[in-house]
Design a protein around this ligand. Structure first.
Ligand code: SF4
Length: 447
């Protein structure tokens, strides 16, 4: 991200045609500089300027897309060392390893169990992304058949692991539609692996024994025309891996080292003897720059905390987390069920919906867009005033679902009840509790 908005502006057509979605070329340049716009949004940039701008605006760590379908993911693309400086963009991919000598029934069982490990949080589906299939016996046909099965019969994406290019070749062909990551080019096989990656167009992991060796290999492969690399510094010792991750990120971001400007992959499964310790290591690596981490297994008690940690670290700290505005059914509410309204700050939503769920009183929960502000803050900012909430209640469609006209507002927003009555006419505005933990009692008393 080398160029300032003004430097970018100088290379734009300056016609202010507005086709990029903002009224002026200067506004577009500013958005481009801050990463809020894509260069492709302007159809009039000259080829020369496009080339210069594309290079200058490319993130120092190349984003690499892996996989296809609902679990496709992107790693890299990061621009800062610390999350509070801006944000981290592409969450660490989570994978589990399967050895290629696994029996077919055991594979089916694992895939079924792993597929079930999905969690709804903050309106998002949290789940792992991939399976790393490791060649343990050089059996090309078996490896290809397993890769095909995982690609075709599960949502998981693949990392295909072998030090033999001929083993990866068959599997890469069989599941190319899932865009697997090939692992790995080393000093011994860089030519063959590089050629395979180039022929198939698939991303390639690069493994060396040190960062210096990694730089050499990375340069060799980019020299062959490869662009989508994922780096493994080779260490399987916690302290060294941690230092490597930090050194590689710093070299790419601060020293502009293009050889190391790629996302990384690391293997807690090869660094510990049990899943608990692997999980601790994985949590360290999620926090410290790993693009991908590979565990030996997915178990709910290990995976869930990692997914939540990842969610927190890769959430933009400058933007509150929100849930979508709308009507949420808690339990199976009917026309007589109570209606509550609150803001779309995700924490508010989850606390309130959790308490309603705990009450076992089926209810309608209206979530109003307050740009992610909590009740008190939104009220103070004029985004949760009586007339605005009243208008939202009218237009959201809840009136078509219920046979009464009562609505419960948060206790902290009691002051808006008068304005709401004016806006809503014949509705009865009930003041709910201030503390969400009192919602169950409140609903049960009402029922
Ligand atoms: Fe300027 Fe291009 Fe945007 Fe038109 S589309 S305003 S030329 S940046």
């Amino acid at each position: 991200m080398g160029l300032t908005g003004i430097q970018i502006f100088k290379m734009l057509p300056k016609t202010n045609c507005g086709e990029c979605g903002v009224p002026t070329c200067l506004a577009f340049a500013m958005n481009l500089a801050s990463g809020k716009a894509e260069l492709d949004a302007c159809p009039y940039v000259s080829d020369d300027a496009r080339e210069q701008l594309a290079e200058a605006s490319a993130p120092p760590i190349r984003p690499v897309a892996i996989g296809a379908g609902v679990r496709a993911f992107k790693v890299g693309g990061e621009t800062v060392m610390y999350r509070h400086e801006k944000t981290f963009y592409n969450p660490t991919g989570l994978g589990a390893m399967i050895a290629s000598d696994i029996a077919s029934e055991a594979l089916d069982k694992k895939l079924k169990e792993w597929n079930a490990l999905q969690y709804e949080r903050v309106g998002l589906n949290l789940r792992p992304e991939f399976v790393a299939l490791k060649d343990v016996n050089g059996d090309n046909n078996t490896f290809t058949a397993l890769a095909k099965k995982i690609a075709e019969e599960s949502e998981f994406n693949l990392v295909l692991m072998s030090d033999k290019a001929e083993v990866l070749k068959g599997a890469a062909g069989a599941c190319a539609f899932k865009k697997p990551l090939l692992y790995a080019a080393t000093a011994d096989n860089a030519e063959e692996m590089g050629t395979l990656s180039k022929e198939t167009g698939l991303p390639l992991a690069v493994k060396a024994d040190s960062i210096d060796d990694l730089i050499g290999l990375s340069d060799k492969l980019t020299g062959m025309g490869l662009k989508d690399l994922v780096l493994d510094s080779g260490s399987r010792e916690i302290k060294q891996v941690f230092e490597d991750q930090v050194a590689m990120r710093r070299a790419a971001l601060k020293a502009g080292n293009k050889s190391l400007g790629f996302p990384t992959i690391s293997f807690p499964c090869e660094m510990a003897g049990n899943l608990d310790m692997e999980t601790v290591i994985a949590s360290l690596l999620i926090a410290k720059y790993a693009g991908i981490v590979v565990l030996s297994d997915f178990k709910g008690e290990s995976l869930f905390p990692l997914l939540v940690e990842r969610l927190n670290i890769f959430t933009d700290p400058q933007r509150p987390m929100t849930v979508t505005e709308g009507i949420y059914e808690i339990g199976t509410p009917d026309e007589n069920s109570p209606v509550l309204v609150t803001t779309n700050f995700s924490l508010t939503y989850f606390i309130v919906s959790g308490e309603i769920e705990g009450s076992r009183v089926p209810s309608w929960l209206l979530i109003m867009d307050t740009e992610g502000l909590s009740v008190m803050t939104a009220w103070a900012a004029g985004k949760f005033s009586g007339d605005i909430v009243g208008m939202f209640v009218k237009k959201c469609g809840i009136a078509d679902k219920i046979a009464h006209k009562k609505i419960i507002i948060p206790g902290y927003a009691a002051a808006i009840s008068g304005e709401m009555e004016e806006e809503l006419g014949d509705w009865e505005i009930l003041i709910g509790p201030r503390d969400a933990s009192l919602i169950p009692k409140f609903l049960k008393d009402m029922a």
